[in-house]
Write a protein that binds this ligand. Sequence first.
Ligand code: FES
Length: 80
Amino acid sequence: MSKKINKKKFHKSYIVCKCKQVSLGEILHAIKENGATDIDDIEDYTEAGSCCGSCRSPEDDVGEEKLELYLSEILEKFVK
Ligand code: FES
């Protein structure tokens, strides 16, 4: 199953956090099942965003090569 985020489709197995190898599916699980409502919650449940921090938001992305999907975008889309 894939999810549409900002017009682009990402499969649940898409790795959002490269450092900790956390997939979109795991992040959605943290939001839907554990009730995560912000980036710190997601970090607590999945460890995503706890290393270089680039996956947290475009502003936090310090890498040369920019990521395609950020935790901030996922939260915006799925936390109501
Ligand atoms: S890519 Fe998520 S902490 Fe580095």
